[in-house]
Write a protein that binds this ligand. Structure first.
Ligand code: ASP
Length: 312
């Protein structure tokens, strides 16, 4: 068998996931799903400890990493609500990371500054996983989103994937679009208000691939052709002018009525938390995967990553 390319590796950007190594990830995620459904847990990571160092709020990423470690028999140091101090102004991030790298075998970090995970990795003697660095990236969310799509459709190539909402600040969008752009013939629709368009450098990078990109403001333009409808919230914490946030926050609201114009075979996803972008009645629609598959896959994917990084 080929060597495990993730062994002892930091996970900092979704660009690290290639079509080739994603096959190994997908296989490992499936194994984790089987494990949880059959036995609930095992102890392959017994004796290993994960630090969860979270400077920004988190429910799903934090919770699913903790349970992932526990289901594989490992332990964890849960650090949530750690006081933020700017990496450029203080030395607290390097010091904190070096401290917990001494105590544990892997560090998962979430921090409000872009590039913070990379800095943490430079100082850490143990592998670091980026659990979200400001408006930068969220590679493990992208992995679970990717897995949810490929597991549902059995393919990525040829799908039309529509991402809606705060494309400027939404790190899950930034990471997911990087992964998807590797698949020929994918069409990525980016639907947002003008002020929240995809960052232009990211758009230019995506354009280097053999995919189709289309940007617009009206969801109705692309909804009926969409296979994956990926909704995001407007990222309030990134706005200096909350008046602008208030104006934009409910620019798109997905209701059962809106979904009447979507394909019967489409799926609806959202990284959560939602703050009004999808009305609750949509939850009962069979196409809504955000509370079912997508969330469960978050745990399986994080189990798979921990296993691949920590075991040969
Ligand atoms: N939970 C995701 C993140 O941390 C999405 C969001 O917060 O809107 O980026």
């Amino acid at each position: 068998m080929k060597q495990n390319p993730f062994l002892a590796v930091d996970i900092l950007t979704a660009d690290q996931f290639t079509k080739e190594n994603l096959q190994l990830v997908v296989r490992t995620v499936k194994d984790m799903e089987k494990l949880v459904l059959k036995k609930g847990a095992n102890d392959i990571l017994k004796g290993k400890i994960m630090t969860a160092l979270f400077y920004e709020p988190s429910s799903r990423t934090f919770g699913s990493f903790i349970t992932a470690m526990q289901r594989l028999g490992g332990g964890f140091i849960p650090l949530q609500g750690v006081t933020y101090s700017s990496v450029s102004k203080g030395e607290s991030l390097p010091d904190t990371v070096r401290t917990f790298a001494n105590y544990s075998d892997i560090v998962v970090i979430r921090h409000p500054e872009v590039g913070s995970a990379k800095i943490a990795a430079e100082f850490s003697s143990k592998p670091v996983i980026n659990g979200g660095d400001g408006v930068g990236e969220h590679p493990t969310q992208a992995l679970l989103d990717f897995y949810t799509i490929i597991n549902h459709f059995g393919k990525i190539a040829g799908l039309t994937i529509t991402m809606v909402g705060d494309l400027l600040n939404g790190r899950t969008i930034h990471s997911l679009s990087r992964i998807l752009s590797q698949y020929n013939g994918v069409k990525l629709n980016f639907v947002s208000p003008k002020l929240l368009k995809l960052p232009s450098e990211l758009k230019s990078r995506l354009e280097l691939h053999k995919i189709i990109i289309y940007e617009c403001e009206k969801l109705s333009e692309v909804l009926s052709d969409t296979d994956v409808l990926y909704i995001t919230r407007v990222q309030k914490e990134r706005f200096t002018d909350l008046g602008i946030y208030e104006k934009l926050k409910h620019h798109y609201i997905i209701t059962t009525d809106v979904l009447k114009n979507a394909k019967k075979t489409a799926i609806v996803m959202h990284p959560f938390p939602r703050v009004g972008e999808i009305s609750m009645d949509v939850d009962n629609d069979k196409r809504a995967l955000y509370i079912t598959d997508q969330m469960r896959n978050g745990m399986y994917v994080r189990m798979a990553l921990l296993k691949l990084i920590l075991l040969p």
